[in-house]
Design a protein around this ligand. Sequence first.
Ligand code: KG4
Ligand code: ZN
Length: 365
Amino acid sequence: MSRREVLAPGGFGNNGAVTDEPLVLGIETSCDETGVGIVRGKTLLADAIASSVDEHVRFGGVVPEVASRAHLEAMVPTVERACAEAGVRLADVDAIAVTSGPGLTGALLVGVAAAKALTLALDRPLYGVNHLAAHVAVDQLEHGPLPQPCVALLVSGGHSSLLLVEDVSAGVHALGSTIDDAAGEAFDKVARLLGFPFPGGPHIDDSARSGDRAYVDFPRGLTSGRDMQRHRFDFSFSGLKTAVARWVEARERDGEPVPVADVAASFQEAVCDILTRKAIDACRTRGVEHLLIGGGVAANSRLRALAEDRAATAGIAVRVPRPELCTDNGAMVAALGAELVARGRAPSELDLAVNSSMSVTTVVA
Ligand code: KG4
Ligand code: ZN
C-alpha cells in the first residue's frame, strides 16, 4: 500500500484481512511526555507514557533541551511497550499519527522524526496533527462520538483555549485563548510561591481541600468592564499570579504565617471561576449544549465540580476524559489520526515540518 493512499474504514490490514476500523499508532512529544498510543477506530488498545518530569523538578519548569534528550531515549522502548500492551506488531499498524505542533520545537522534532521513520519502514500514511485538536478527539475513546457542535475548554501547562468544534477532523474554530500565562503555568507558579514542587497543580488541588475558598478575593482577569468586552473569551492569569505574590509578600513582611491552604483554595477558586464562567458564556452565546474540558488542569477537582454545577444550571452537558487521557499522551494523537482516516482526510507529506506555534485551525499539517 502506498503511504499516500488514504485508508477508509473497512480498509485492508497487513495480512490482507478486511478490518472494520483502522489500527492507528499515535506519537506525542510536544512537551515532557513521550506518549505512544494505539487505537482501533474509537477503541483504546494501548497508552504508553514515559515522562521526563522528574528531570525538570529542580529547574521549576520544563527545560526544552532536557525534554528533547529524554524523548530520544524513551522513544523506542515506549513504542515497543505500546505494541506489547495492545498485542499488535508494528506491521499491523495501518497509519501513523504524530503531533507536529504546537509545542517545543526540539521535542516535536523527535516525535516527527520517529513517525517518519515508521512511515518509511512500514509504508503507511503519515498524519502530522495538531496537539489541541488531539486533546479534543481523545474524549471519543471514553465517551463515544463527539457531540457536534461542542465548545472545548483546553487548559494545560502550555495552553489555555476556548474552541468551537463542529467536526474535529475538518477544523477547529478559536473563540479565545490566554493573553499571557496558561492556566497550568499559573498553577505551577503560584505553587512554587507557596513552597510546592513542580508541577504544582496537583499540590494546590490537594492543599485547597482543607482551605477557605473565600479567604482572599483574588482578581478575576478579563471578566468585567471594557477588558471583558474586548476579550470576552480570552484569559489572563498573570495579574492573578502577581496578586497572590503580593499578598504572600505582605504577610511575610508583617512576620505573620502564610495560611497556605486558604491561599491555595482562594487562588484555585479564582482560576476555576474565570474558566467556567467564560466556557459557559461561550456555550450560551453560540447556542451549544455540550462542553468538553481537556488538558492537564482538567484533572483539577474544583474545576470539574464548578463546571458540573454551572453547566447543569445552564442546561449544558459536560464531558471530561479521565485524568490519564486529559494530560498529554499518545492515545489522543492516535484517536485524532483514526478520526482523520475514518473521514478520508488526506495524509501529510513526508517532508512534514514541525510548527511550534501551529494555529488551532490547522488539524493536519
Ligand atoms: O496537559 P499537561 O499534562 O501538559 C501540558 O502542559 O501540555 O498539563 C500539565 C499541567 C501542569 O501545569 C500541572 O500543574 C497541571 O496541568 N495540573 C493541574 C492538576 N493536575 C495537573 N492543575 C490543577 N489541578 C490539578 N489537579
Ligand atoms: Zn497538552
